[in-house]
Design a protein around this ligand. Structure first.
Ligand code: ARG
Length: 461
């Protein structure tokens, strides 16, 4: 037979293929809570504006609560003939309360309905991501405070560059996650306008109050253009962009844990709870959670690309292509939530092997810049020349197989007579990090200041 919602003008119903390709209920049932909330706001407004009777409005609202209770208890039924969550709910409402149910769809369309539901869902996803990221920041700040003075090698090109403190390294991720949170917050403000009442595309002739529904659903106000309202998926793209950027950060942190946990590094012992073993090699403890966070970041970026490709070139207003907007957003949100939780556990529970880190910081002539800086400061040598002198000292030390601070003073004086015994105080890794107390530098005192700022920002005691 033909469709009970829209089949009036059809002689024949859709084919099996049509029903299957058209059905979004398998995934958009995830919107049921938002769909019920938006319908309740809509019908309350219809009642208040005298568009449906107070009796009908109350009956419909009660019926929607009953449908919600069924969904809560038994899940949402998947009937492809009912296409999506909107028609599934309306159809069940009609079974429960009878013909009054048919008045709910006055002055609205599935186009503004889905735009509203989806915004509500994405808004919740942002709030969840923010809560998770705050927990990750707290873990980072706690560990950074513990390790404000723990020295490790800092790298560029993954080659030893200069000594840094582990606290400083962890606080770098605190900053990244802070920017991620602000991107999500920006997206939330921008998306927080209610499309409901835009109807199919042109608005409606019924005397609705869009400010009332917007307010009831926690939006800052209604959207300004009905065509834009039903066509816009920028809010989902903004979310996916913020999620992708965040996932990239998590992936870089995950990669560092993977490197640090490798035997040649041995900087960390990962928690057993976030590692797995090998079915053949009994000694193995693999950083699978970190590897999956690294992997998931690619999938999340793929979700962003997917929705960008869906939206590209769509004419106004709604096209059914846009039904494909939800799977990538749902997928990305799930992957991101898991990634945030995994990295929070890893940051909180990893054992940092600070003696190994300290020993590694001694390798690779990490304090060569400090020698050059000393020549500038104490002997008034231009930096470029000091760089050259230091290069000769590194060459000598490398040839002798010793660290810079193990060179004989005579040998150093032979390279440049202006060097004297005080230079050795500048060549230890402790002196190196302590010297870098420029704002935002790696000196333990600077790290402690930044940790204190962060603790205050997070409301920690
Ligand atoms: N299931 C649809 C979606 O997710 C709802 C909107 C349908 N609108 C329409 N005109 N067919 O996009």
């Amino acid at each position: 037979g033909s469709n009970q919602m829209w089949g009036g003008r059809f002689a024949q119903g859709p084919s099996a293929i049509m029903r299957e390709i058209n059905a979004s209920i398998p995934f958009d049932k995830a919107l049921w809570k938002q769909d019920i909330a938006a319908s309740k706001a809509h019908v309350a407004m219809l009642g208040a504006c005298g568009i449906v009777s107070a009796d009908d409005a109350a009956t419909i609202a009660g019926g929607l609560d009953a449908v919600a209770a069924e969904y809560e208890a038994d899940g949402v039924p998947e009937d492809w003939d009912l296409e999506d969550i909107h028609m599934t709910t309306e159809s069940r409402l009609a079974q429960l309360i009878g013909p009054a149910a048919g008045r709910l769809h006055t002055a609205r369309s599935r186009n503004d309905q889905v735009a509203t539901d989806f915004r509500l869902w994405v808004r919740d996803a942002i709030d969840q991501a923010d809560a998770g990221l705050e927990a990750l920041q707290i873990a980072l700040v706690e560990r950074a405070g513990e390790h404000a003075g723990s020295i490790m090698p800092g790298f560029t090109h993954l080659q030893t560059a200069q000594p840094v403190t582990l606290g400083h390294h962890l606080m770098a991720y605190y900053e990244m996650i802070g920017r991620d949170r602000s991107r999500f917050a920006d997206a939330r403000v921008r998306m927080n306008r209610c499309p409901l009442g835009s109807a199919a595309l042109a608005g409606t002739g019924f005397p609705i109050d869009r400010f009332m529904t917007a307010d009831a659903l926690g939006f800052a106000g209604p959207t300004a253009n009905s065509l834009d309202s039903v066509s816009d998926r920028d809010f989902a793209l903004d979310y996916l962009m913020a999620a992708s950027q965040c996932a990239l950060h998590l992936s870089r942190l995950a990669e560092e844990f993977i490197i640090w946990a490798s035997q040649p590094f041995g900087f960390v012992t990962l928690p057993d709870s976030l590692s797995t073993g090998s079915s053949i090699m009994p000694q193995k403890k693999n950083p699978d959670a970190a590897e999956l966070v690294r992997g998931h970041s690619g999938r999340i970026a793929g979700c962003l690309t997917s929705l960008m490709m869906t939206m590209k070139g769509l004419p106004l207003a709604y096209s059914k292509d846009m039904q494909d907007d939800k799977p990538p957003v749902f997928e990305a949100a799930g992957l991101l939530a898991l990634s945030i939780a995994a990295m929070t556990g890893m940051v909180g529970e990893t054992v940092f092997r600070t003696p190994r880190m300290r020993a590694a910081a001694e390798l690779g002539f990490a304090t060569a810049t400090d020698l050059a800086d000393w020549l500038v400061r104490e002997a008034d040598i231009p930096f470029r020349e000091a760089h050259h002198i230091t290069g000769a000292a590194v060459k000598l030390a490398e040839g002798q197989g010793v660290a810079l601070d193990q060179l004989q003073l005579d040998a150093l004086k032979e390279i440049d007579s202006r060097i004297d015994a005080r230079v050795f105080t500048a060549l230890s890794v402790e002196a190196s990090v302590a010297a870098r107390k420029s704002h935002g530098g790696t000196a333990p005192e600077q790290v402690r200041l930044r940790v204190a700022d962060a603790r205050a920002a997070l409301g920690l005691g």
